[in-house]
Design a binder for this molecule. Sequence first.
Ligand SMILES: [Mn+2]
Length: 403
Amino acid sequence: MSDHEHPEGNPDSHSHGPGGHSHSDAFAQKEGKWAMEAEARLSQFRHDEEIQRGLAYGLSGSPTLVDRTIPTFSRGELPHFAGERGTFLNTPYLEDVNEVEDAEVAVFGAPLDSGATYRPGARFGPQGIRRSTNVFGTYSYELGVDLREQLNIVDIGDIFTIPGNLEKSFDQISQAMAHVYQRGVFPVVLGGDHSIGYPTIRGISPHVDGNIGIIHFDRHVDTQETDLDERMHSTPWFHATNLTNAPATNLVQIGIGGWQPPRAGVKVSRERGTTIITVGDIERVGIEKVAETALEVAWKDAKAVYLSFDIDVIDSGFSPGTGWPEPGGLLPREALNLIRMVSAPGLAGLEVVECAPPYDWAEQTALLSSRVVMDSLAILVREGHLGKKPALRNRHAWGPQAT
Ligand SMILES: [Mn+2]
């Protein structure tokens, strides 16, 4: 496919945000061809810097190696099983969060599972999600994006949560969120159970000049006021939609269903007028229509939209590592396609929650959690919402040996 067919340089724009774009029917057939051409337009300077750094710090490889880019000690992306890839997707670790405004995207963990009403374990979500990214590179073929080359992104570690005290943990999370967001940095939060959905929104809401919409993927409505007498992981949207600029009418809840949504929450969703889309609805109308509706609802008279993705929305056969597994959810392909479609310009931030590695097998749940983040970021780069801030050459090195 030649460029002139797609003036924005990509085969399709899923976005329906402010100044939204239209769909291209040719997308499905021609993505493979488009992506092959798109790769040629990507830069390589981050990759090349990493090679140079590897040789400088890790010593030249032994004389018998033909490939002279390989150092003696692993100091970069390769091999994926070696080294100290402790950050999300091997992004640079930023120790001093006072410097976060130098970055465009900050990934951080909210390791909290005191809000879990069935099985805990999501406190290990951030480290499990980060570890799962060891298997990934930074380039996506079909999205035509290389995050290492195109995005100024850092991992700022985890929030200091207080086990056993939800409210103090919420305060920490809101403060962390506000710190990042008010500096114009796009927050990516790795949960943590879903109770963090309230303090994350609370952290950004004072800094949004207008209403915030929420796109919520979940098998559960999470709209009751309290659960087990506290603001547990089944309650975030009751409290978030009590914030003056996060009206429930801008809350769209996708993938709801099964035998777990408590009736107390359903009553609140009904009374407050949230929009609930079931897995059956998605099957009947198709993901494109669902994405369109989600964007319409979330963006109606809103200045920003926040994305909250509970990994249990994906069928428990694919995401066993979670606190409340509920069979019958989305297929991974449906979920990732939906994520790509709702990741529109104007997105204020995103979180992926409820990944509980102690119940995960073969890192399936963590891998899907990572993909939600990576696919969303890639679309935001492709749509021009992110990737505007130039990558800092040699300031924050990708890999563990930050200069
Ligand atoms: Mn859930």
